[in-house]
Design a protein around this ligand. Structure first.
Ligand SMILES: Nc1ncnc2c1ncn2[C@@H]1O[C@H](COP(=O)(O)OP(=O)(O)OP(=O)(O)O)[C@@H](O)[C@H]1O
Ligand SMILES: [Mg+2]
Length: 268
């Protein structure tokens, strides 16, 4: 069998917080997490707020150090940022002083792609996100959904091996969100990228995923992995779709209930 594209093994992350006056405290965000993502797979991570999802993605992006464990992409340990990973985060803003075109070119330059090829690549990816006419526009003139589309084009343009997406559609209205989910699935089918996607939305997870990784409350542990065996295109209203939604809702509700029970048990 082929080796998984991304391997996360026994990963833990403890933040040390400087409380001042020489005092330090620590907080365990991730505790012995293991997961694997196969080539071309779309995997979502879902779990309670504050459980460590963004921390995990930041480690995979190489922006946070891990405390222990292993993260390996294509057989090579991840030890810092790199252009083998594309990042689309909710708050990962575009450069406001650069046009849409130059935002996309930023990664191309860093990857050493010759300037003569930039126009062709920019147009290709802007077409993919349906923003061909916005090449010369500055980000402040774009809607939230359009900004995220440019973010996706920017991340894809330098051909990363893995796309890391942290609630990229979380701040958008329901209609824009639904249409961007469809756009992402289309782009994914076209580019065959490997995608790890964080969401709070059960419906978004069922719509997008090959597999859904359900995380526990902090410190993150893998609670369940659900394979979504629904054909594509997926109808959000079909009976099997709703059954997956229900199953996930129940799992997450149980997770939150346990949290409540534990809090209660620890109450003074
Ligand atoms: N840079 C940091 N320094 C200290 N603690 C941090 C830092 N980043 C995150 N944490 C803590 O780690 C825990 C996990 O945070 P994280 O942002 O990964 O959660 P999350 O699952 O992404 O939450 P949400 O769903 O609300 O986005 C939280 O308790 C948070 O306070
Ligand atoms: Mg987060």
């Amino acid at each position: 069998m082929a080796r998984p594209k991304l391997i996360v093994r026994d990963l833990s992350k403890v933040f040390t917080i400087d409380e001042g006056f020489g005092k330090f405290s620590s907080i365990t965000a991730i505790d012995n997490v293991g997961l694997e993502v196969n080539e071309g797979e779309l995997v979502t991570l879902i779990g309670p707020s504050g459980c460590g999802k963004s921390t995990l993605l930041m480690i995979l992006a190489g922006l946070y150090d891990k405390t222990s464990g292993e993260v390996v992409l294509d057989g090579t340990p991840i030890n810092g940022p790199g252009l083998d990973r594309g990042v689309v985060f909710q708050e990962f803003a575009l450069f406001p002083w650069l046009t849409v075109r130059n935002n996309i070119c930023f990664g191309l330059k860093n990857k050493g792609i010759p300037a003569g090829e930039h126009d062709r690549i920019v147009r290709h990816y802007l077409k993919m996100v349906k923003l061909e006419e916005f090449e010369k526009i500055y980000p402040h003139r774009l809607s939230g959904g359009m900004k995220q589309r440019v973010g996706i084009a920017r991340a894809l343009a330098y051909s990363p091996e893995l796309l890391l997406m942290d609630e990229p559609f979380g701040a958008l209205d329901a209609q824009t969100r639904t249409s961007l989910q469809q756009m992402l699935v289309d782009i994914w089918a076209q580019t065959k990228k490997t995608i790890l996607f964080v969401t709070h939305s059960v419906r978004e997870a069922v719509f997008l995923s090959d597999r859904i990784v359900v995380l526990s409350r902090r410190p993150s542990k893998v609670r369940a992995i659900i394979e979504v065996k629904l054909p594509r295109p997926r109808s959000r209203l079909s009976e099997p779709f709703l059954r997956y939604e229900e199953e996930l809702e129940e799992l997450i509700a149980r997770e939150l209930a346990e949290e409540g029970a534990e809090r209660g048990a620890h109450a003074p």
